[in-house]
Design a binder for this molecule. Structure first.
Ligand SMILES: C[S@@+](CC[C@H](N)C(=O)[O-])C[C@H]1O[C@@H](n2cnc3c(N)ncnc32)[C@H](O)[C@@H]1O
Length: 244
């Protein structure tokens, strides 16, 4: 009884103990404790935009964010800030990932498209909620790295494609949910077309590096869309020949 209590306390302190060994390994290689602290600290950005969905919080707790940031920057993985991933791109701030996921309101029967794979982290979070995740990245080396990273982590159901996500993924459309993780000057019409009746799209809209707004687009059963501005944000630009 006393031994199991002390093992629990050591594990709580982030110390990994192998029973039967005399010295504990002083490293939480999975960084569970840091992840837990991050998730506990995530609150929201406004009273009506609190991060309180238990499935989203569980997903954030499960996915090892440090495996999605470059070597050398892993100590920044559990800070609530974006982290550079190369090629001028970033893995989004955890609060933003959690909020976008919560706003998407994904259930396990739904098909989700993400535009802007980046590191693959947002796709991995979505894959905790549904098996049908499709993600597109325009920068070839990022797309290749994400495919390899997601496979190494066992996310074998996420479908990744290199290409211009402005045009969506017509062969797999329609989608119940669409998340765009780069800011566009306008909502891409092909994405609106590929959104199912009853669907939701979360997308930052605004000028490159300027004042952008996170928007929620809903499509009713008759195919009518409604757009709601949620909060000011700052995302890297969606790059597309249609936006030049
Ligand atoms: C903020 S990062 C996304 C972070 C990513 N969701 C993650 O979890 O790491 C935005 C990404 O969108 C990509 N991107 C920009 N324009 C795109 C486009 N037209 N189609 C697909 N990806 C695009 C960028 O190359 C970048 O990787």
């Amino acid at each position: 009884m006393r031994r199991s209590a002390s093992v629990l306390i050591l594990m709580w302190l982030g110390v990994h103990v192998v029973l039967g060994q005399t010295s504990p390994v002083l490293a939480d290689s999975d960084r569970q404790a840091e992840r837990q602290a991050l998730v506990q600290s995530l609150s929201g950005v406004a009273p009506d935009l609190m991060i309180d969905d238990p499935d989203v919080r569980a997903a954030m707790l499960h996915v090892p964010r440090h495996r999605f940031v470059p070597d050398g920057l892993q100590d920044q993985a559990y800070l609530d800030k974006p982290v550079p991933i190369g090629h001028g791109q970033t893995i989004s701030q955890p609060t933003v990932v959690a909020l976008m996921t919560q706003l998407a309101d994904v259930d396990s029967t739904q098909k989700v498209l993400e535009v802007g794979t980046g590191s693959g982290y947002q796709a991995a979070i979505l894959a905790q909620l549904t098996d049908q995740v499709y993600t597109i990245e325009i920068i070839e080396p990022l797309a290749k790295d994400a495919v390899e990273r997601l496979a190494n982590l066992g996310y074998d159901r996420i479908r990744t494609r290199e290409g211009d996500g402005y045009y969506g993924w017509p062969e797999q459309a329609p989608f119940d949910r669409i998340l765009v993780t780069a800011a566009a000057a306008h909502i891409p019409p092909p994405l609106l077309e590929q959104l199912k009746p009853g669907g939701r799209m979360i997308i930052p809209v605004g000028p490159r590096w300027g004042a952008q707004t996170l928007m929620l687009v809903t499509k009713d059963q008759a195919g009518e869309t409604t757009t709601e501005s949620l909060l000011p944000v700052r995302f890297v630009p969606l790059t597309s020949k249609s936006l030049r």
